[in-house]
Design a protein around this ligand. Sequence first.
Ligand code: ADP
Length: 483
Amino acid sequence: MSWTEFKREEIHLGGQWLGADGGKTLEVLDPATGERIGTVPEAGAVETRRAIEAAHAALGEWSRRPAAERAALLRNLAAAILANQEALVELLTREQGKPLAEARGEVGMSAAYIQWFAEEARRLYGDVIPSPWRDRRILVTKEPIGVVGAITPWNFPSSMLARKIGPALAAGCTVVAKPASQTPYSGLAWAALAEIAGIPSGVLNVVTGSAREIGGELTSNPLVRKITFTGSTSVGKTLLAQGAGTVKKMSMELGGNAPFIVFDDADLDRAVQGAMAAKFRNAGQTCVCTNRFYAQDGIHDAFVERLSEATRALRVGAGLDAGTVIGPMIDDKAVAKAEALVADATAKGGRVVVGGGRHERGFSFFQPTVIADASNDMELAREEIFGPVAPVFRFRTEEEAVERANDTEFGLACYFYTNDLGRAFRVSERLQYGIVGVNEGLVTTEVAPFGGVKESGFGSEGSKYGLDDYVSVKYTCIGGLGL
Ligand code: ADP
């Protein structure tokens, strides 16, 4: 199939493709040009309620299927993704802007997550606990939590849903997904892929439209038993508060403020290579992207020089153009934010070494930027930059680096480079983060747990822990056995 066949302009409820009730639509724009790609329904609370009811109606049959059957259907889903990879890649690049090579990586990761959870579906083991009573036995089983509401952002519109749909379906849950309005097609494509895979109607429903209305219904409807969210900390807090009324299980993958520490004893080549990947992937728009580079005194100047040289060489262009490494930012609001952060940094003594403003390509392109002499009073020390701007701070001691790295309400990913094994353990144990890269700038994989601490959220996605958030633990006591 071609990418246009995956560009579904309808929502998917209970196996049907439909418009919004009043026929209202939202426009989807190409971030590289500002041109309209198409529209999607602007659904609200009413359509969402219907989607929840469809998911609830499908729950009994789906959850009672043997795990091996659910696993087989998830394997079909992974195969459907791979069979249509190039179409999904083009769709993703057109609506999100990232270079084709990165989109290919993301869609590949989506298939990998689904494949992983197809395997894990068959390993949802319980326990038999030694009984304190002679005539009773104690069983512990893991039960699907129920209908899951999944809300995802625009930066990884395919793989963020894979991490939620995979474990939910594997555990026997059904799903109502709400993709971000900037990138709804990669979300709606999941419903098309589920159809191809033969997943029963109602198991996966996808609704686009008003975030407030859809989010409001998902968090307050008693039929929804769990919310899984990836996005900003502020929206995460709103959802937590809204879900309190019906005591929903929650998992939250929220913002980050990743430090990247380069010690004097680091391998500089490796550190620069890792820095480029950890900073500039997806034009700096990932929650694990480096926000603050800390370079130790002895290596500081060499690091700034090498980082600047590599940054200057980055090729900016439309995601669809061959050779592009840095695509556009998602929209003008994102560009304005990057601009404001650079202005604030320069007003407070920051030195722009590379870039520093909008790119000559216009619209939502921003120059890859390095700012030296960064300091704690700058907004970019505290705010999630979410753009291709790399501030470098200088530090003297290990103690200072760890303290400054931890001086944030966030705790998602962090990185550091050292060739001292003792320091590697010492520092990684003291960093208050859910994900630590030691001499590595890219660490995401479906086999390892991804998740934060502090205001970066809670819950792990991927890995053997990824199913825990989608099950409840049931204790069954069997008595009167006459033993
Ligand atoms: P980002 O800054 O990455 O866009 P957001 O937290 O604003 O992060 O958005 C992530 C997802 O949350 C998107 O799908 C967005 O539409 C959705 N969203 C935003 N506001 C709300 C809300 N009040 N209730 C539910 N979902 C919301």
